[in-house]
Design a protein around this ligand. Structure first.
Ligand SMILES: C[S@@+](CC[C@H](N)C(=O)[O-])C[C@H]1O[C@@H](n2cnc3c(N)ncnc32)[C@H](O)[C@@H]1O
Length: 425
């Protein structure tokens, strides 16, 4: 890695501003560590519960650096737009092999904490090339910083926007400052929009009308991806999701998307999800099918019984082959079966891989919904999944909910299968 550092040739404007070279305070005693990287959160906002979300980001960034870039010889540049104490920036440097990280947080009061944490890296096993920093710390509004990078034609391979609330205000500037093929890691904690309690705000932020749905947290992920897809299309690009991760603490919606060159046919993965409250069946509709939104369970279109959300992302939540590589890397690094916050990456990534089956439609069905409609006790989840698979359907768990099933089997058939399992037919 030291040799790689020596080969770095950063754009001239990425050399650090003067204030970054002032004498820095000695790092305080370490209070925390994530996957062997020590840091001190100090007074910054820091959640140890979010370590799994950071693990996923580091795995994805590493794979992207290794073989995902259009120009593998260019320095690998990461930008952490809302860095808090700098833990992500530090992990992109120390674990993902970033050649250079820009760590930014609006709060200037966090400067000593961020600088002290990043200094640990410099003083550690990988010293910076003489006279050239591997990182820089700034205190700007994220949008302004990203827009400035774009105006100076400084493009990054990975941009991380770990926002409080919604992410939508930052997406356009982040896409502009991203290299083509680069990864953008978006975080939203806007659960009110995701759960349909703020239809006006979901409309203004994500361009999507959201009302309460039985799978609100998957809707939340699709709303965030859909918002980014819309912004990318406006700029003449398209995006593909690398992975989508919902975490209960918060709650937090995180999506890693890849920026791809050229406009795509957005309508193939962008549309509406409708849920019939009468029969419990969900369906997706594209823009050209808007006039046909209804449910097969009734001849008339009962407006009150059908909930419609969108437009949002209706395509795959993850890239299965990328997730498989992330799981292999987690195994290689010894991260797969160890957990620092109760989330085992092996379990999480394996479930996400199953969720990536392109035959699976958006949404999931709660087990208690099936048992209530079947008028039987809930069948064991594993048994129901196996029975549906034997019938030729795709079925799996969801990383988003514990007692839910993702399947392309119509709910009426799920009810029949549940009754058979309970020996009622
Ligand atoms: C969720 S915390 C970041 C946590 C950190 N990324 C981590 O993983 O521990 C959000 C941070 O964004 C900063 N912030 C809020 N609004 C901002 C803005 N518009 N531009 C830049 N930073 C902002 C806050 O000061 C806060 O430290």
């Amino acid at each position: 890695m030291a040799a790689a550092a020596a080969a770095i040739s950063l754009p001239h404007s990425l050399t650090p501003p003067l204030h970054a070279t002032r004498r820095r305070p000695a790092p305080p005693a370490c209070a925390h560590s994530e996957r062997g990287v020590s840091f001190d959160p100090g007074s910054a906002f820091y959640r140890s519960d979010s370590a799994a979300g950071r693990d996923l980001a580091v795995l994805a960034a590493t794979l992207h650096r290794r073989h995902g870039r259009l120009d593998p010889s260019a320095p690998f540049l990461c930008l952490d737009a809302m860095c808090g104490c700098g833990v992500r920036a530090l992990r992109y440097l120390a674990q993902a092999g970033a050649d250079f990280v820009w760590a930014n947080d609006a709060s200037e009061a966090l400067r000593p904490v961020i600088v002290a944490n990043l200094s640990r890296f410099e003083r550690g096993s990988l010293p910076a090339e003489a006279g050239r920093r591997r990182w820089v710390v700034s205190h700007n509004d994220a949008t302004r910083l990203l827009a400035e990078r774009y105006l100076r034609r400084e493009y990054f391979d990975v941009i991380d926007v770990d926002s409080f609330g919604g992410d939508s205000a930052y997406v356009r500037a982040a896409l502009l400052a991203l290299r083509i093929g680069g990864l953008l890691y978006l975080t939203s904690t806007d659960w009110r929009s995701a759960r349909g309690y703020g239809s006006r705000s979901s409309l203004s932020s994500y361009g999507a009308y959201i009302c309460p749905m039985p799978y609100p947290n998957e809707v939340g992920l699709r709303m965030v991806i859909g918002g980014a897809a819309r912004e990318a299309a406006l700029l003449g690009f398209h995006i593909t999701p690398v992975f989508s991760y919902f975490a209960y603490h918060g709650p937090i919606y995180r999506v890693m998307i890849q920026l791809c060159n050229g406009k795509d046919d957005v309508s193939s993965n962008y549309g509406f999800i409708c849920h019939c409250k009468s029969c419990g069946q969900s369906q997706t509709f594209g823009f050209d099918e808007l006039g046909q939104i209804s449910c097969g369970c009734t001849d008339r279109t009962d407006v009150d019984s059908i909930a419609v959300v969108g437009p949002l992302w209706t395509g795959p939540l993850h890239d299965a082959s990328f997730l498989n590589e992330m799981l292999s890397l987690a195994n290689e690094w010894g991260w797969a079966y160890t957990s620092e916050n109760g989330v085992t990456l092996e379990k999480l990534l394996s479930t996400m891989i199953e969720e990536s089956d392109p035959r699976l439609p958006p949404g999931y069905i709660r087990l208690d919904e099936i048992s209530r409609r079947a008028k039987v006790n809930s069948p064991p989840l594993g048994t129901l999944i196996n029975s549906l698979r034997k019938e030729g359907f795709s079925a799996c768990r969801s990383h988003i909910g514990t007692n839910v099933i993702k399947t392309n089997c119509p709910i009426a058939s799920c009810i029949d299968v549940a009754r058979v399992i309970r020996n009622l037919r």
